[in-house]
Design a protein around this ligand. Structure first.
Ligand SMILES: [Zn+2]
Length: 570
């Protein structure tokens, strides 16, 4: 794993963040590989959003990812708001539009969900502000909260679809996704559920979303008392039981606000104050090491602190090198930062009175001595079951089988002795039926899915190796000329003579073919690989080879010609 996966994102400038996001998008969408976790990817997006909230990447990713039944034109446009990052910003905005010291403003939460409008019995997303997506099919899951009423959505309303903090805690710990896993945070859950084409599984599990009326919580305040009351209003809003990422301030006089009109993107009569990077101090109690595909990731266990209305018990420490660089030890006072929905992380440490080394020498799972690989600590034991689970999960993702997530693979390893990808393909229907939580129908579906996953083209195997700049297209060109075996037997020099790729790519390809020889063997013994050489030019993959589809917006590009296109937002 390259060094640049774990590092302090806050040190990057806009250009480099954009480069990284583009790189990971490419890995993900063209090569079908996940190099970083969803959380880490979100962290990059949030960092970019902080620097340049109007960047096209931020806008594309923040656009709700919904399965829709068509377009809806809003009677009144739903524009996004201009942003403020300090009280000074708000004050100078208010100074521009107040007609007297008594000008009345409304201070409201800025909810962190999907904006929606319900009118004429149709529920629609904001979309581009003028035209949204019809998401009425999700209504059975949605409860409306408005002044004096909680219940089915039954009246015209403009608001935000989200999951209340208490619902997320109480309900969502028991709700499983198709792959058997649970949602990590409410933002992911809302996005995931809104992207489902079929909600029956969620209905069965009593999943609940809430549509909060924007007008329900609204604090009137006059200009002359705004500064004095601001801290109290922020605190009041921060403690509400909803996921939020800021505060909205708007002119109370709607007619006047509308008369001010809009800038190119935003209404002049409203502004959003963004919560960002809230820091608190706590005590580092312990460090837990969780397993990744190759290496161990340190997670700090801290004395619980409230940040932005959420109790934080764990914080990211990124990797072993980060712990060394920042001289973080157990018993230290640590500064935790939480920005948006990102996993909170430790930014610095003050030495505590009694300190204990936070690093470990041996694998907590198998006891083997750990080795350093770049900034990380890794277990070198190929049979270590914890590492095996991560590797297997990654391999399965690479062949596009989402349903077969980590929880299910864990079950297969524990109860059926599965160790390799081949073991998974050798499973019988009767084996899957033995697994907890599987009934005849779900077991049959999974069995069929595994069987289908078996057929891949050789260039997909090549692309799955994640060689820099060798995506599906290049891989296909190469595999039209050579078989996988021929490639594997080539010397460095011979590979340089492949005219589709330059010397840099050929060297990287040669190295990766050697380094990942075990993984390739595993794939070739488990899959039915179709040779491209001698088959003429074919079209691109017919199965989604990208593993989990993180961003539907991008996902769409891959499926441009499939029926799914209709159901996803532009
Ligand atoms: Zn181990």
């Amino acid at each position: 794993m390259p060094d640049w996966i774990n590092f302090d994102i806050s040190k990057l400038d806009e250009q480099n963040i954009v480069k990284l996001i583009m790189h990971h998008n490419k890995c993900y969408w063209e090569m079908g590989m996940l190099e970083i976790s969803d959380e880490r990817y979100d962290e990059l997006i949030r960092a970019l959003e902080k620097i340049n909230p109007d960047h096209s990447l931020v806008i594309a990713i923040n656009a709700p990812k919904v399965a829709s039944e068509g377009k809806v034109t809003h009677a009144k446009a739903m524009l996004s708001l201009d942003k403020a990052y300090s009280f000074e910003d708000i004050d100078s905005w208010a100074k521009k539009n107040k007609r007297s010291e008594n000008e009345l403003y409304l201070v409201e939460p800025k909810y962190d969900g999907i904006s929606a409008n319900y009118a004429d019995n149709v529920l629609a997303t904001r979309g581009n502000g003028e035209v949204g997506e019809n998401i009425s099919a999700k209504l059975p899951l949605i409860e409306l909260e408005t002044t004096g009423y909680t219940g089915p959505v039954d009246r015209p309303v403009r608001g935000e679809i989200l999951i209340r903090n208490d619902d997320f805690k109480n309900i969502y710990s028991n709700i499983t996704k198709k792959n058997g896993g649970t949602y990590k945070n409410s933002r992911n859950a809302v996005g995931g559920i809104m992207g489902l084409l079929d909600i029956s599984d969620m209905q069965r599990q009593h999943a609940k979303l809430t549509l909060v009326d924007y007008e329900m919580i609204s604090h009137p305040v006059k200009y002359f008392e705004l500064e004095k009351r601001w801290p109290e209003l922020v605190e009041k809003i921060e403690n509400l039981p909803y996921p939020m990422d800021g505060i909205v301030i708007k002119l109370a006089d709607e007619a006047y606000s509308e008369a001010l009109g809009n800038t190119a993107h935003h209404p002049r009569g409203q502004i959003a104050f963004k919560f960002s990077g809230i820091r608190k101090e706590s005590l580092l109690k312990e460090v837990q090491w969780s397993f990744g595909k190759n290496c161990l990731t340190p997670v700090a266990e801290i004395e619980p602190v409230e940040i932005g209305g959420v109790t934080i018990r764990h914080a990211s420490l990124h990797n072993a090198q980060n712990i060394i660089d920042k001289d973080i030890q157990i018993g230290d006072r640590v500064i935790i930062e939480r920005a948006g929905d990102v996993i909170p992380y430790i930014i610095s440490a003050l030495p505590g009175e009694s300190r204990k080394n936070a690093l470990i020498d041996t694998c907590p799972n198998c006891g083997k001595s750990l080795v350093r690989k770049g900034p990380e600590l890794c277990c070198p034991n190929p049979d270590c079951s914890a590492t095996r689970l991560k590797l297997l999960t990654a391999a399965v993702k690479n062949i596009g089988r989402d349903r077969l997530g980590e929880p299910n693979i864990q079950k297969m390893m524990t109860h059926l002795g599965v160790m390799t990808l081949k073991d998974i393909f050798d499973l019988k229907l009767s084996d899957i039926l033995q697994l907890e939580g599987f009934k005849a129908k779900s077991a049959t579906n999974l069995f069929k899915e595994i069987a289908n996953a078996r057929n891949v083209a050789d260039y997909q195997v090549l692309a799955a190796l994640n060689v820099p700049n060798v995506g599906a297209n290049i891989a296909k060109k190469i595999m039209n000329e050579y078989t996988l075996d021929e490639l594997r037997q080539m010397t460095d020099e011979e590979m340089e003579n492949i005219n589709t790729i330059g010397p840099e790519r050929s060297r990287a390809l040669h190295d990766q073919l050697a380094e990942q020889s075990g993984f390739i063997n595993e794939l070739t013994s488990a899959l039915l690989i179709k040779q491209s050489k001698g088959q003429g030019n074919e079209t691109l993959p017919t199965i989604c080879f990208t593993g989990k589809c993180r961003k539907n917006v991008l996902f769409m590009k891959l499926w441009r010609n499939k029926t799914v296109t209709k159901r996803l937002p532009q």
